[in-house]
Design a protein around this ligand. Structure first.
Ligand SMILES: [Zn+2]
Ligand SMILES: [Zn+2]
Length: 446
């Protein structure tokens, strides 16, 4: 009896010693070989937004193996007949806070030119029936590998945290509809409204081993606006008998510039880009209409509302000034599909995580970076009123020597979405796992 008790005590001692040795760093290192295999497999099998069937099945299998309760085929797109391939894995560990951890899964219509042995050769038909090459050119495959690594690590570190982790593998990030599809399907009703939401993204101009983050607004509201300028067409030699929509469209484009230069507080960033303009068929015909497509970027909700209203008002005002009858006023429509709210990294939460990252990775490995006017639909998870504190952080994906060389020579490196973008897998995935795991542990520690 006495001997058995002694052996039991020794065993308990050995187990707790083993548990004490396990850290996010050691677990990341231990998982790397298997995650690298997963990463290369994902990289050579990319899937376009809305078609992430194989990727989602792989993620579901891995989350299950890591100890999650998994729900597949989650999500409901607003205006689409597409099936949503969202995966939600719930890891429970007693009472405590709920933390959402998100990865995206989709790839891009890009022909890979990295020359890597595991480069994608995938070609599929797009929605228009055209052949397109597909590539993980934004690094979402890195995100998935690190996401699986994080789930495995946290599954083994259950002695250090309590509560519920909701692992969310989101489809269709690149077209800005995936996060909304998951929320629309009741993500927060079915799996609980999280106390915190965490996301991550690789960065093509930051060195491996580093984390980079912005406090406060980090990426912009993205709005897509379609404008049809209508006129009265006719012969190009008799302009006085027409109302020329091409000259009018040109005036409208110039007048829109004053929304930023005159109507806006210079301290509030705004971008209005007319990315497409089409009108007419021939040299000597004045057409009936001109169509334009705009992308509009803002941060604050009130600025966003004002800018969108100004685009409409100025278009209609210019048309009235040109003598266009009211029934032919420009049609201005703001898309409900291609939108993403601004990403707001909760300042208090950002500070808290920066401190933790500095402790785990070293002070010099954490960079505070400027906000950008790009878009990211991870912002949907902190809800329009920012009631769920969220942080979307970046991790470096480029060899330090290449960053140094690029700075020295002023040579631009391949950006995200480039056919030549190739993250260095091991150190990139490793830092992402550590960054996410220590962040979750900080928020859920016992
Ligand atoms: Zn992207
Ligand atoms: Zn991306």
């Amino acid at each position: 009896m006495h001997t058995r008790l002694l052996i039991s005590l020794l065993l308990i001692g050995a187990t707790s010693k083993l548990a004490a040795q396990q850290t996010p760093q050691s677990l990341a290192d231990a998982e790397l070989p298997s995650l690298l295999t997963i990463y290369k497999d994902l990289h050579s099998h990319p899937e376009l937004s809305g078609y992430e069937e194989r990727t989602a099945a792989l993620v579901a299998k891995e989350l299950r193996a890591a100890g999650c309760q998994v729900t597949e085929h989650f999500g409901k797109y607003e205006n689409s007949k597409l099936k949503a391939y969202g995966v939600v894995g719930v890891m429970k560990n007693g009472d405590g806070p709920t933390v959402l951890v998100r990865t995206d899964m989709d790839a891009l219509p890009v022909e890979e030119e990295t020359g890597l042995p595991y480069a994608s050769k995938v070609v599929v038909k797009n929605d228009e029936g055209k052949d397109v090459h597909v590539m993980h050119a934004c690094g979402h495959d890195v995100h998935i590998a690190a996401f699986i690594g994080t789930a495995r690590a946290l599954g083994k570190l259950k002695g250090q945290w309590h509560g519920t982790i909701v692992f969310v593998a989101q489809p269709a990030e690149e077209i800005g509809t995936g996060a909304r599809a998951l929320l629309k399907d009741g993500l927060y009703d079915r799996f609980g409204k999280p106390n915190f939401a965490l996301g991550f993204h690789d960065k093509a101009d930051v060195q491996t081993g580093h984390i980079a983050v912005t406090e406060g607004y980090a990426s912009a509201n993205v709005d897509s606006v379609d404008v049809t300028v209508r006129g009265i067409g006719g012969h190009g030699a008799y302009p006085h008998k027409t109302k020329d929509p091409i000259v009018l469209a040109a005036e409208i484009i110039n007048a829109w510039q004053t929304i930023i230069s005159r109507g806006n507080n210079p301290l509030d960033p705004v971008v209005i880009t007319v990315g497409s303009i089409h009108g007419g068929t021939k040299h000597n015909i004045i057409p009936d209409e001109v169509k334009m497509q705009l992308t509009v970027r803002t941060y604050k909700p009130d600025v966003r509302q004002r800018v969108l209203a100004d685009i409409d008002r100025i278009a209609k005002g210019c048309a009235a000034a040109a003598g266009i009858p009211p029934d032919l006023a420009p049609i201005v429509s703001v898309s409900k599909d291609f939108v993403a709210p601004a990403m707001y990294n909760d300042p208090e939460l950002t500070k808290r995580l920066v401190a933790v990252w500095k402790k785990s990775l070293g002070d010099e490995s954490v960079e505070m970076i400027d906000p950008v006017m790009g878009g990211e639909d991870f912002s949907e998870y902190n809800l329009p009123d920012h009631s769920i504190p969220a942080v979307n952080f970046h991790f470096g994906a480029v060899e330090p020597a290449k960053i140094a060389e690029s700075k020295q020579r002023g040579k631009e490196l391949p950006t995200l979405h480039s056919s030549k973008f190739a993250p260095v897998p091991e150190p990139t995935i490793r830092t992402a796992i550590i960054g996410m795991t220590v962040a979750v542990l900080e928020l859920m520690k016992k």
